[in-house]
Design a protein around this ligand. Structure first.
Ligand code: ASP
Length: 330
């Protein structure tokens, strides 16, 4: 049992710019991500001591552009083990911003716990003037320590906002307010110790999710459609034996005729194909810009291509046959 009167929060560090280091405090772009250890990140935030009692672990030290399925699986397993302990009330994961939305969605669908799981990150390295990591970390721990965060699925606390893992996406290469939840908006806010939720997540996640970490992952890749796109990429992926392809279509998941033909051929060879959009917001409607029923494709709804890939990976690993139901549900 946790004997402190404060909530006990596990902080799992994976690297990223929040743990980045530059030779000079004026540098916010030229730095090395994932080099500063979790103890140092925590030391930079003395105010944590009045919010939670912290258990810290260094799970990885990577630039999140190099995130892998093996690390996702290990991270999900570790989070679940910690949350099963009576003396842990919530988990915070420090992560790079580049693939944060993919990791968050993966955990949202695989971690079986009602306890809060909150990811955070930073756009400026820890050594920068006005580094954003320390306040983001304090806010993430504050959210994880809040009873209101329980049962909301995996959350992202960033720049005083609380986002759902399902909806959040990185929208800027440099701005400190880089994360947005297009169309649906934030779940709430965290500021000066106050956590306020203004809406909750309705789609199933965590304990209500039918997905789990797999022993073996299918190969699922993403291709884009654009002016003058050829079928070369799709044909190469099919020849390489991929099990799933997500297409980042133009507009409402529309595709160049060459890509459409190549994907139709891929479906006939048993490849599962999901139509998403490269636009960054909005729905991809079933039988909208392309006839999914005629092509045998699945429409991604509001999932962006990277999140659609996460869901397709999980669904194929679980041997789901009703993929459109899966995409309509999650
Ligand atoms: N490349 C970094 C990463 O994702 C970027 C960041 O964290 O902002 O690890």
């Amino acid at each position: 049992m946790n004997t402190s009167s404060l909530p006990r929060i596990a902080v799992l560090a994976t690297g990223g710019t929040i743990a980045g280091q530059a030779g000079d405090a004026s540098k916010t772009a030229g730095y090395k991500a994932g080099v500063v250890g979790v103890d140092k990140l925590l030391d930079a935030v003395p105010a944590l001591a009045s919010v939670a009692s912290i258990h810290a672990e260094q799970v990885a030290s990577i630039d999140s552009k190099d995130m892998s399925l093996a690390l996702w699986s290990a991270l999900a397993a570790r989070v679940e083990t910690l949350l099963k302990q009576d003396d842990i009330d919530g988990v915070v994961i420090t992560h790079g911003t580049d693939t944060l939305e993919e990791t968050a969605y993966f955990l949202h669908l695989t971690v079986k716990s009602e306890k809060p799981v909150v990811l955070t990150a930073a756009m400026r390295p820890s050594t920068a003037l006005s580094a954003d990591g320390p306040l983001n970390l304090l806010n993430a721990v504050t959210v994880a320590a809040s009873k209101n965060a329980a049962g909301q699925g995996v959350l992202v606390a960033f720049n005083n906002q609380i986002h759902s893992a399902r909806d959040v996406t990185k929208t800027s290469t440099y701005a400190v307010d880089a994360f947005r939840s297009p169309e649906v908006g934030v779940l709430g806010f965290v500021q000066d110790g106050r956590v306020e939720f203004q809406r909750s997540v309705t789609k199933p996640h965590t304990t209500a999710s039918e997905f789990a970490i797999a022993e073996k992952w299918p190969s699922v890749e993403i291709v884009a459609s654009y002016a003058d796109a050829s079928r070369v990429m799709v044909d190469a992926l099919v020849a390489a034996g991929v099990k799933g392809i997500v297409v980042a279509g133009t507009g409402n998941g529309s595709m160049h005729a060459n890509i459409t033909q190549a994907l139709s051929d891929a479906v006939k060879q048993g490849v599962s194909v999901v139509r998403a959009s490269r636009v960054g917001s909005g729905h991809v409607m079933h039988n909208g810009a392309a006839s999914d029923d005629a092509l045998g494709t699945i429409s991604a709804g509001t999932l962006n291509p990277y999140k659609a890939r996460v869901l397709l990976l999980l669904a194929l690993a679980a041997n789901k046959k009703d993929l459109q139901r899966v995409f309509d549900t999650y």
